[in-house]
Design a binder for this molecule. Sequence first.
Ligand SMILES: [Zn+2]
Length: 173
Amino acid sequence: MAVQTRIVDVYRKPSKCPVCGESVVDIIYGTGDMSEIEFFFEYRRPGIMGGDNIPRRPPIWACSCGCKRFRKINPDGSDAEVKVKMLKSIKPAPASVITWETSLVERVLETGVGVINHYQVKVTTELGEKVKLKISAVNGEDAEDSAIGLVEKGALGLKGRKCISVAVFDVAK
Ligand SMILES: [Zn+2]
C-alpha cells in the first residue's frame, strides 16, 4: 500500500533525509499491495513501495521511514529525466547480505550474559534450492534451528519450506 507523502525536489539523491536523518532509498513501482517488510524479505534490500500508479512526475527516492519522497529536478528547475525502478526488474540480493540474529542472541544482547558466535549456514530445501545464510547465534545448534525456522516461515523468499540439509560453519567475525 503506497502512503502518499510530501515530495521534495532535489538535484541528486540526498545522502540522508533532511527531515529525520534516516537513510534515503529507492522507491520501487509496480509493487501492488506488497509491503516494505515483504519486499525486504523477498529481495533483501531496502525500498519504499510505490504501488502500481506511477505519477506523471514520479519521485524516485524516499526516506526509509517514509516521511518524505524526493523528485529529481535539473538545476534550472525542470524535471530531470529519470528511470523509475520497477519491481519486475529487481533481482533479489543474495541471502548472505543479511545477518540474522537468533532469539537467544537477542537475549544475550539484552542481558549482557552469554557469548555470540557467527556462523555461515548452507541450506538446501526440499525443492533443491540452495542458500547461504549469515547467522549470529549462541552456538551451532542455535544457528541450525534458526535457519530451519527461517525456511519454514518463508522469510528467505524461497519456494521450499523444509530443509533437507543444513551445514553450519564457524566464521571468524
Ligand atoms: Zn525522513
